[in-house]
Ligand binder design. Structure first.
Ligand code: GRG
Length: 295
């Protein structure tokens, strides 16, 4: 399948670049450096960086132009998972079939490894943006990523999630949590990728909007997989106590309505991609594969 070859090609580009970036990180504090690498190379799907590269290429530029921002997104995503697994948050011992960061390195180092990844993400983006002939697109990509990761994005969504644990949340709160916790970083991946193809703000906002739809569809599928008894994204046992403390889309709307909403969102994404013709084949196929995944 051609799209799978493309996926592998993008993943290799991302993994090579991550190795290089993290290799440049000369630290006398080996322990934190090892902990950062442990989670960064623990088998993530690399979806966010792949989205950035694919959008950049679809819009006619070399995907490698988006690499620094794509790798920064993966580092931010990884830091969020390391912190999310800590005893003060989800208290998880396993992720992606492996012991979580704090189980191996201890809580203190896991906190610092997360902080280290977050900081490294900005070091990479700033270094690269400073070298650009026209830094404004780099700055816009960076701002999209910073906004999406912050208190009006992922951290905001995580805060609402934490504060509502064990409660029956209403539709508005659930929408806020999903939009920010899952959607924002995926939306930023598409938006940053489009900025690296030097599009104007209106076009970049179109990519961002469709990224939010994709993020929600992805979240609903993740929650459905958990109910159906498959291993979910978190590498936690399906239906685990921790996940059961959280309100999910299927818990609020039911399984049927959730499937319908996921299909509707997937169609919305594919309709958006349609005018790009063949160039959008990869993203169309990847979106379908994500929504049909069984684990
Ligand atoms: C600690 C600030 C802070 C935020 C944590 C990402 C997150 C916010 C929590 C993780 C829990 C969760 C259910 C997130 C929803 C998004 C999601 C499905 C994340 C997993 O993404 P994948 O499947 O992960 O892309 P891999 O393992 O492939 O990298």
């Amino acid at each position: 399948m051609q799209w799978k070859n493309k996926m592998n090609e993008y993943m290799l580009m991302v993994n090579d670049a991550l190795e290089t970036y993290i290799g440049e990180h000369q630290s006398v504090n080996e322990e934190v450096f090892e902990a950062m690498k442990y989670s960064l190379f623990a088998g993530g799907k690399r979806l966010r960086p792949v989205f950035s590269l694919a959008v950049c290429e679809l819009l006619g530029k070399e995907p490698k132009q988006a690499i620094p921002y794509a790798c920064a997104l993966e580092m931010i995503h990884t830091y969020s998972l390391v912190h999310d697994d800590l005893p003060a948050m989800d208290n998880d011992e396993m992720r992606r079939g492996k012991p979580t960061n704090h189980i191996i390195y201890g809580e203190g180092i896991a906190i610092l490894a997360g902080d280290g990844l977050l900081n490294k993400a900005y070091e990479i983006m700033i270094d690269h943006t400073l070298k650009l002939e026209n830094p404004s697109f780099g700055l816009k990509a960076m701002k999209s990523i910073a906004d999406a990761s912050g208190t009006n994005g992922m951290i905001g969504g995580q805060t609402a999630d934490l504060l509502n644990e064990g409660k029956k949340v209403d539709e508005r709160t659930l929408a806020y949590i999903h939009h920010n916790k899952t959607g924002a970083l995926i939306a930023a991946a598409l938006k940053a990728g489009s900025y690296m193809a030097e599009v104007d703000d209106d076009e970049a906002e179109g990519w961002e909007r469709i990224g939010y739809a994709l993020g929600l569809a992805f979240q609903i599928q993740d929650d459905l997989l958990d109910i159906e008894g498959n291993t979910s994204e978190m590498g936690k046992p399906a239906g685990s106590d921790e996940r059961n403390k959280k309100m999910t889309y299927p818990a609020l709307y039911g399984i049927e309505a959730s499937r319908e909403r996921m299909d509707e969102l997937t169609k919305e994404v594919q309709m958006f991609l349609k005018p790009y013709g063949e160039k959008s084949n990869f993203l169309v196929m990847l979106t379908s594969a994500l929504m049909n995944r069984r684990s």
